[in-house]
Design a protein around this ligand. Structure first.
Ligand code: ADP
Ligand code: ADP
Ligand code: MG
Length: 544
């Protein structure tokens, strides 16, 4: 197998044909001799949400610089910059002509949500209220603050709020503007499923608002949200750092399916040696096995009971993967810290003598040390063919081995942290939000690596994540959190997948169906026939 598919490839796509080398045609923009080149541009359309799906480093921001009018593309000839006439000639007769004409006349205003919200505190000194006040161009700010639940942090300094809060503030700041073109570079990092749905709805409403002609462009790696939100989709592919291609627009369903298949039909182009598959499986039913941990009812509170967590007593079985789901601010990471021993419960006692390997949600590995030195300090297996096959290759570590930990991007740091966690020799592996910052392909690879590792080592793994696909592919059983975020949380004992998914999704009022061609889970339109009938039957996820 190729390391991506969980099992056999259903698309007979193993044969490698015609992987893209750099294209013959002239690029839209090239930064310099032998520098990054971009082919193609996305097509913003008034009233539409246009999606882009593809890896990082492939020219999405470059394309947006061009569409925002901050840079005139040089059509590959960097001697002759700054000529909109040439660019217009190139795109005459295409869906971009009208847009580029307005841009040339200086008639396009742009609002943008940056990819890495963590960097906002470096650029803005002040509190949330001060940041947002300057953006209220449509008179919609109060409503955005309300629907994104930002009120609790209005008077907090920007450099003191959490990733999920920062993400919602950044999205509000973008959507509050009165612009023709809105560009949102990833909307889901750090957000839970309910928050993702709210953001998708807000973007949709702004596109549908017919008092203005607004074009929305969204880059996103959460396929369920992209699928729900976008009207059309551009697939992006290429060689990160070398060149990138943005395809003509496709229907969202075809675009996602072709991307997963690794083969673009219209372009007759293979973009990956093999398919990414979503194996449609009945919910796993856990087989009775030996108990690894039996834990009692636990409770933990912070401060003067500002937040209280109650955990029902339960058992974790040897060599199972236990999924953990629930909204943000409900106590999931607190529970991971209790199990990892870095926090003590107020009530109940955890006195198991087990070795635990723990990847925290916020990864703090900023030593001035190279990745290879760091990983070889964790395991003697480092560099063995077995370690390479099980950990380095699926997590694509070869390209980062010689880099310093402190120079890694969010996605690179995440993959190194997952590798470090799995490389420990432990009885229980705790992974807190491993999908954060990974693109679609990296998520599937990481999921496969974790699942295989658990199976090959009889390892017991606990995975907290908001990516429902990842949880479904990974978990044997599910622990579900509910309560009132930032006030009180409650965790159920581990339950069977079907029961757990139903309890979790009923709380969110979301049902899923399967795409007929790829088996990929899709969110049903609220109120659709499938949505209603599945809710009636109480089958929110495994409906077939
Ligand atoms: P994405 O948004 O898809 O992550 P970007 O458009 O930010 O990709 O970058 C694509 C490539 O272009 C990267 O390899 C980046 O290093 C390179 N690049 C970006 N800006 C410049 C620039 N001003 N000069 C030279 N190279 C650049
Ligand atoms: P989750 O992982 O489900 O998002 P957490 O366990 O991180 O939730 O946090 C639950 C609640 O406890 C949140 O309201 C958070 O702000 C609060 N909290 C977390 N850690 C601390 C702490 N060390 N001191 C005070 N409050 C905390
Ligand atoms: Mg957490």
């Amino acid at each position: 197998t190729c390391g991506i598919c969980v099992e056999k490839c259903p698309f007979d796509a193993i044969e490698i044909i015609n992987l893209p080398s750099e294209l013959d045609e002239d690029p839209v923009h090239r930064y310099g001799d032998n520098a990054f080149s971009l082919y193609g541009l996305p097509t913003p359309k008034p009233g539409n949400v246009t999606g882009i799906l593809g890896p990082n480093g492939i020219g999405k921001s470059t394309a947006v610089h061009a569409l925002a009018g901050e840079m005139v593309p040089n059509l590959g000839d960097h001697e002759s910059e700054g000529d909109w006439e040439r660019v217009l000639d190139r795109f005459r007769g295409t869906g971009l002509q009208n847009y580029l004409e307005s841009l040339k006349e200086g008639e396009v205003t742009v609002a943008r949500k940056p990819q890495y919200v963590d960097q906002i505190p470096n650029q803005f000194d002040g509190n949330t209220r001060e940041l947002l006040e300057r953006t209220d161009e449509r008179g919609a700010l109060d409503s955005l603050i309300d629907r994104l639940n930002i009120a609790p942090v209005m008077d907090q300094p920007i450099d003191s709020i959490s990733g999920g809060e920062l993400q919602r503030v950044a999205i509000a700041a973008c959507l509050a503007r009165d612009a023709d073109f809105y560009f949102l570079d990833e909307i889901t990092p750090y957000l839970d499923i309910g928050q993702r749905m709210v953001v998708a709805r807000l973007i949709r409403e702004l596109a549908d608002d017919d008092t203005a002609e607004r074009s929305m462009l969204v880059v996103e790696h959460d396929l369920a949200i992209l699928d729900l939100l976008a009207d059309t989709l551009h697939v992006a592919y290429g060689e990160p750092g070398a060149y990138g291609v943005i395809t003509d627009p496709k229907s969202v369903r075809n675009g996602i399916n072709e991307y997963l298949k690794g083969y673009l039909d219209n372009e007759n182009m293979r973009i990956r040696p093999s398919a990414i598959t979503f194996e449609e499986h009945a919910p796993r039913v856990s087989s009775r096995s030996e108990t690894l941990i039996e834990y009692p009812e636990l409770s933990k509170s912070y401060g003067d009971g500002e937040f209280e967590l109650h955990v029902d007593g339960g058992e974790i079985n040897r060599s199972e993967v236990l999924g953990v789901v629930g909204p943000n601010g409900i106590g999931k990471s607190t529970l991971a810290k209790l199990f990892a021993g870095s926090l003590e419960p107020d009530e109940g006692e955890l006195d198991f003598a087990l070795d635990i390997s723990y990847k925290p949600q916020y990864i703090d590995i900023d030593q001035p040390m190279r990745v290879d030195a760091f990983l070889s300090s964790i395991t003697d297996e480092f560099g063995s063919s077995y370690w390479n096959a099980e950990i380095a290759q699926p997590l694509q570590l070869d390209r980062v081995m010689e880099q310093n930990l402190s120079d890694l991007s969010g996605g690179e740091r995440q993959r190194v942290a997952i590798a470090a966690c799995l490389s420990e020799d432990a009885d229980l592996y705790l992974l807190d939000e491993p999908s954060a910052h990974l693109d679609v392909e990296q998520r599937v690879r990481a999921t496969t690596a974790i699942r295989r590792y658990a199976e090959n080592h009889d390892a017991t793994v606990m995975v907290i994540d908001h990516d429902i696909y990842m949880i479904d592919l990974l978990a044997d059983r599910l622990m579900v959190f509910d309560g009132e975020p930032a006030e009180r949380g409650h965790a159920t004992p581990p339950q069977e997948m079907r029961d757990g998914m139903n309890e979790f999704l009923a709380d969110l009022d979301i049902t899923f169906r399967r795409d007929e061609r790829t088996g990929r889970p899709r969110i049903n339109k609220p109120g659709s026939q499938l949505d209603s009938s599945q809710k009636r039957e109480g089958e929110y996820y495994y409906s077939t």
